[in-house]
Design a protein around this ligand. Sequence first.
Ligand SMILES: [Zn+2]
Length: 219
Amino acid sequence: MAADAHLQELVNVNGRGRCAITLDPKDRVPGQQAYQGVVPLNATYGAGQPNLADVLEHYMRQSEQLDTKLVLAADGKVAAGLLIQRLPAEGKGNLGDQDMDAAEQLEHFNRIATLASSLTGEELLQLDVETILRRLFWQEKILRFDAQAPRFACTCSRERVAGMIRGLGQEEAESILAERGEIDVSCDFCGQHYRFDAVDAAQVFMAPGDRPPATSTMQ
Ligand SMILES: [Zn+2]
């Protein structure tokens, strides 16, 4: 595969590739499931080869009905992104100007989105947030909120993996142990490894009352 291969060539060779987006809010009410949206990769994204940003913009429009502009960039070490999103015009807590008509709102969004599109991948990777905002939107009125910077987090835990092993059944777990000496599960999202040797695995299948207090640490 060429180093500059497009998304389609990488993951959509047969034309049936899909992109799944999982929304897993932190403050979920008990019983509420994570929400998953799926977009086909072979939808029409205009001229040229679609990239991941096009696919996500398409998802936002279709599924969330929100006009979105995304600029994404990554090199071997860093991944960075800029997301511009048009907030719904109606609703409580909306910051938009309620008196502005739809055409006017769209015009504003288009102007901001066009400015955002002028940001190159290189700039996005090299410049800090302040500089990017100043360069792109120096003519706009910028309102800032004290928000926590985005950070990577994963909800996997040793307890969850234990539950998964329990789901496999004792027989299957023992056959893996016999073959490999341990059960090694790695999380597809964050790459964290969870290893269960024969003793750990035996504990997984004990009745809850027979298990010693959990001593494993959550990562
Ligand atoms: Zn994880």
